[in-house]
Design a protein around this ligand. Structure first.
Ligand code: ADP
Ligand code: ZN
Ligand code: MG
Length: 482
């Protein structure tokens, strides 16, 4: 029997606001443990929460970028459960009136499709437990350490509709969403640091018309690769179960990266287990049109639009995607070079190839404050186009410009890299190498064409790599009467 996979993703995005969601503590948790805390985020009796306006600004922008409608009135609920890193014994979250509803995100590439966004809601992060002794898992721990620096950090949850149909498409959605969040500048959006985290809901069914199957929720995937692997594994596990006549149990499973399997844990809580009720300490948010308009005006160019703009310049789709995902300085360099007259495809190849390589070997982290400007790059590429510089020499000039040695012209002449495309100068070199290799030259003259390469190589050697190889080839051919 063939089965269709159905996947929905829940994504948590930690906002990079200066302060926490409901108190004034710094929202950074790289500080020494339990230093960024106060009565509110420690859940002490009588402490009262005050919403962070900047966090609300940011969730509105996330919702708008995801084509959601932003509700006029939004309510915070208490989601009740007990855990040691949740000092209030409830998390402030949202239930039936989230800030944003009903949007979508288009996924392109090899797994195109429109993924519906059911809701985007505002909540707060928990503290962080570190289980000590044993293998780091709670089951084998001797004791646990608690750090509340993360407690109360603004967290936005983005919930899709069950519209995703393969593990690869789940990954493509997650990557597109990360790009979007990064472009919005609302979060560090780093998977390794947990500032963006994905949970996957997976079920299978006999075909597109069949009702949805029982779903399993998978947690604990901290890379795009493990997200894709975990979903693929789970699809295989469920189809094998069903083919074997078993039934799927609704549960939460954990991805074990090393073993490459999902493992069952607790059975899934229903929402009634959480006893949601409106937080009496917080008034509803009134999100009026002016506020939404103000946020809409702050939206930057989003990745999908940037990709199609780059494709419109005549760049191939893969290159456009690479460039659109590059950091702001590299993109600025690319756009500046094109503005100064460089051919877009050539400029794009250089920015994502040679420039990135040169940056890496220069030890610089980024192009911020670097002397390599768009006009400089355009001039360098023009020198390659008109054969003033060989490709190899151009790379050296690039390194020199990056090191602050001057404009491309200055670096090229200071480092003696200008290509010899003066026919008179090259003529002399050709004469010398043919005189040095009379036997080969005689063979060339009698029609042994493959010796052209040999002579061009000799000319390059004699000119220490600076001859224009095309011109050298032509002169050799002329001299041999070919
Ligand atoms: P829960 O009550 O478990 O939180 P929701 O209905 O709120 O479930 O959905 C949570 C996520 O699971 C959403 O992303 C949704 O698209 C997805 N989902 C719901 N039903 C299914 C299903 N049968 N198969 C796969 N994903 C599903
Ligand atoms: Zn606090
Ligand atoms: Mg739910």
């Amino acid at each position: 029997m063939s089965w269709e996979a159905v996947i929905g993703l829940e994504t948590h995005v930690e906002l990079s606001t200066r302060s926490k969601m409901f108190c004034g503590c710094p929202a950074r948790f790289d500080a020494p443990p339990n230093t960024n805390v106060c009565p509110v985020c420690l859940g002490l009796p009588g402490a009262l929460p005050v919403p962070n306006r900047e966090a609300i600004n940011r969730i509105i922008r996330i919702g708008l970028a995801l084509n959601c409608s932003v509700t006029g009135r939004s309510v915070f609920h208490r989601k009740n459960y007990f855990y040691a890193d949740l000092p209030k014994n409830y998390q402030i979250s949202q239930f039936d009136l989230p800030v944003c509803v009903d949007g979508y995100l288009d996924v392109g590439g090899d797994h195109p499709g429109r993924v519906g966004i059911e809701r985007v809601h505002q909540e707060e992060d928990t503290g962080k437990s570190t289980h000590m002794g044993g293998d780091g898992r709670i089951s084998a721990a001797e004791y646990s350490l608690l750090d509340f620096n993360r407690s109360g950090v603004p967290l936005v949850e983005i919930v899709t509709r069950p519209d995703i149909r393969s593990a690869a498409q789940a990954r493509a959605y997650a990557q597109e969403l990360r790009l979007l969040v990064e472009a919005l500048g609302v979060s560090d959006a780093r998977l390794e640091e947990g500032s963006i985290r994905f949970d996957a809901n997976v079920s299978v069914r006999p075909g597109p018309e069949a009702p949805l199957g029982t779903k399993v929720e998978i947690k604990n995937m901290n890379s795009f690769r493990s997200l894709e692997r975990a979903v693929a594994f789970e699809i295989g596990r469920q189809t094998a179960c069903l083919d074997g006549g078993e039934r799927i149990v609704m549960e939460t499973r954990h991805w074990d990266e090393e073993a490459g399997v999902t493992r069952g844990g607790r059975t899934k809580e229903g929402s009634s287990d959480y006893r949601y009720f409106p937080d009496p300490d917080l008034v509803p948010l009134e999100l009026d049109q002016d506020w939404k308009d103000e946020m809409a005006a702050l939206l930057p160019e989003l990745p999908a639009r940037r990709r199609s703009r780059y494709e419109g310049m005549g760049i191939d789709p893969a290159q456009a995607a690479t460039l659109a995902g590059a950091d702001v300085h590299l993109r600025g360099l690319f756009e500046g070079a094109v503005e100064a007259g460089a051919r877009p495809q050539q400029a794009g190849n250089w920015v994502s190839g040679e420039v990135v390589a040169a940056l890496r070997s220069s030890g610089r982290e980024s192009l911020a404050d670097s002397p390599l400007s768009g006009p400089n790059l355009a001039r360098l590429l023009a020198m390659v186009e008109d054969s003033t510089l060989s490709g190899l020499a151009a790379r050296e000039v690039l390194a020199g410009v990056l090191a602050g040695e001057g404009t491309p012209e200055e670096v090229a002449s200071a480092r003696d890299l200008l290509q010899i495309s003066d026919a008179g100068v090259l003529e002399a070199a050709v004469e010398e190498v043919t005189a040095d290799h009379t036997e080969e030259f005689a063979r060339l003259c009698s029609g042994e064409q493959k010796l052209i390469g040999f002579f061009v190589g000799q000319v390059m050697r004699r000119t220490r790599g600076k001859a224009d190889p095309k011109l050298a080839g032509r002169l050799i051919r002329e001299r041999a009467g070919l």
